[in-house]
Design a protein around this ligand. Structure first.
Ligand code: PRP
Ligand code: MG
Length: 173
């Protein structure tokens, strides 16, 4: 599809008037990348006495989640786009502004009651994060927080998460 995601330049972006936010420069600069993981780690350590698992969203959540999990000394689990994960999975279909998508998690990715932080690069409409949380709820995980680097505030995505705690490092309108 020629349509673009919230971080990419394209006609849809112009149509919706969304500003472009891209974490590539942050990742490319080793000092900035370390500072990013430091900030996320500090936030989580200050917020939660115990975390069991970091769950990351395919694909850009995978750029942040594993580094953070290593810092915290916990495991990392993948919430992937449909059709990528072997073995028994739970899947959920969700609406995007520009169509539909499906996310999956392996059925044994987390145990009931495990304390999970869900990470992604960016929250736009919140649809992706909300779908990920629904998968984790099915596995009876205890979702401590949804954590993103960038929140596009004008899209109101945090409201879509309802009662699930949410935190963003950077906010843009
Ligand atoms: C982007 C971004 C978030 C999601 C946010 O991912 O990385 O995951 O969109 O949008 P939402 O809040 O409106 O759901 P994308 O689906 O473009 O895929 P990618 O991470 O694989 O690049
Ligand atoms: Mg993404």
């Amino acid at each position: 599809s020629p349509l673009t995601s919230p971080l990419e330049i394209g006609p849809r972006k112009v149509l919706f008037g969304w500003k472009l936010r891209d974490i590539s420069p942050l990742l490319k600069d080793p000092v900035a990348f370390k500072a990013l993981i430091d900030l996320l780690e500090d936030h989580l350590r200050a917020s939660f006495p115990r975390i069991d698992v970091i769950a990351g969203l395919d694909s850009r959540g995978f750029l942040i989640g594993p580094s953070l999990a290593q810092r915290l000394g916990v495991g990392f689990v993948l919430i992937r786009k449909k059709g990528k994960l072997p073995g028994p999975t739970e899947s959920i279909s969700y609406a995007l502004e520009y169509g539909k998508a499906e996310l999956e998690i392996q059925s044994d990715a987390v145990e009931a009651g495990q304390k999970v932080v869900v990470v992604d690069d960016l929250l736009a409409t919140g649809g992706t994060m909300r779908a990920a949380c629904e998968l984790l709820v099915r596995l009876k995980a205890d979702i401590l927080e949804c954590l993103v680097v960038i929140e596009l505030k004008a899209l109101g995505g945090a409201a879509k998460l309802e009662a699930i705690p949410f935190h963003s490092l950077l906010q843009y309108d």
